[in-house]
Design a protein around this ligand. Sequence first.
Ligand code: NAD
Length: 388
Amino acid sequence: MTTTFHSRLAQSPVSSTFPAAAACLPTIFLSPADVASLVRQLGLARCLRDLADAIASDFRRWPEFDKTARVAAHSPVGVIELMPIADATHHSFKYVNGHPGNGRHGLPTVMAYGGLADVATGTPLLLTELTLTTALRTAAMSALAARTLARPDSRCMALIGNGAQSEFQALAFHHLLGIETLRVYDIDPAATEKLMANLRNSGLSVVRCTSVADAVAGSDIVTTVTADKTNATILTADLLAPGQHINAVGGDCPGKTELHADVLHAARVFVEYEPQTRVEGDLQQMPADFAVTELWRVLTGQAPGRQSPADVTVFDSVGFALEDFSALRYLAAQAQRLGLGTALPLVPALANPRDLYRLLSTTEPLPPAATRTSGERTAATRRRAEVV
Ligand SMILES: NC(=O)c1ccc[n+]([C@@H]2O[C@H](COP(=O)([O-])OP(=O)(O)OC[C@H]3O[C@@H](n4cnc5c(N)ncnc54)[C@H](O)[C@@H]3O)[C@@H](O)[C@H]2O)c1
């Protein structure tokens, strides 16, 4: 479905469904409002299921991808990362940051955008928000890993860290695994308040806990999704019970962990892309020969997952570019179907592709932009005249 959509986009000067942007190649832009509308129209449960299926299907064809660990720029307060990946048809990238102290500036900890391009020509096909999408795809990935590794009779989950990602994690586990009870804890009571209000009519029974130990007690699955740029030990081995599955989401950058090393020693550990997780995951604490299994090998039947009901399993999640690739293609296909998005005049369609210079001519009309105000258009025209 997506291949047809993108090959059509790549071949035609403008898409038939999206609003036209004359004199530009057909890059489609999806805003946060577009993605929110897409999720509302399809339903969150369906989106999470579809995303988990799309990620599983792409993970099963793992060898077809040109993979690389993400490129990270660190500062004392956070990280900015670029996440590229490609198969024979599409290239995708995500820009994402992680700044745990951003709340002080009224900003989210995690913000993201990214795009999809046609490998055959390099044409950018889609530019989209990925902040909301990252929460969706991370939750779908977590639920996919748990569906593969957790005990099938799991019904109760501890959710440690009740920030921006937390509702998505809760609902993915509710809809995809049948989690009925959440035991929630955050050092910030306001975060837990917000989570409980948002999940009021979700069908989940939400129990407010007084500590990590209180939340973990009696839980079949433990999700840690905290943000702190430090080697935190949210979960220690003495809290574990036989058969638990740990979904460790927040330790995703050098010097930023959630699990005590003894938790990893006590468990069978599964990762997305080993070269990246060795540097970024809770795994960064372990020796280079500490055994882990890449999840795609379990999904393709090449490696065992959980081997007994008493196993403790850990999904040491850091977020891998392939999950965004799957999400971007899903967004593109659904936005096309629902008529969402705006044609973005990003790359000029030139009468003579070798005559780029002609674009500087003052007589050449600027490509119209659906969202540009007339004031901005005047300023842009003036800037262009100044350049010429
Ligand atoms: N693995 C992935 O694919 C992936 C994807 C997205 C985000 N993340 C990570 O997930 C984490 C959460 O992201 P977010 O957007 O929800 O951040 P957020 O800042 O909105 O929420 C984090 C919450 O963790 C709480 N917290 C911090 N330290 C805690 C502790 N010791 N015990 C309990 N709670 C604690 C904070 O009070 C806050 O409410 C971040 O570390 C982010 O980098 C990972």
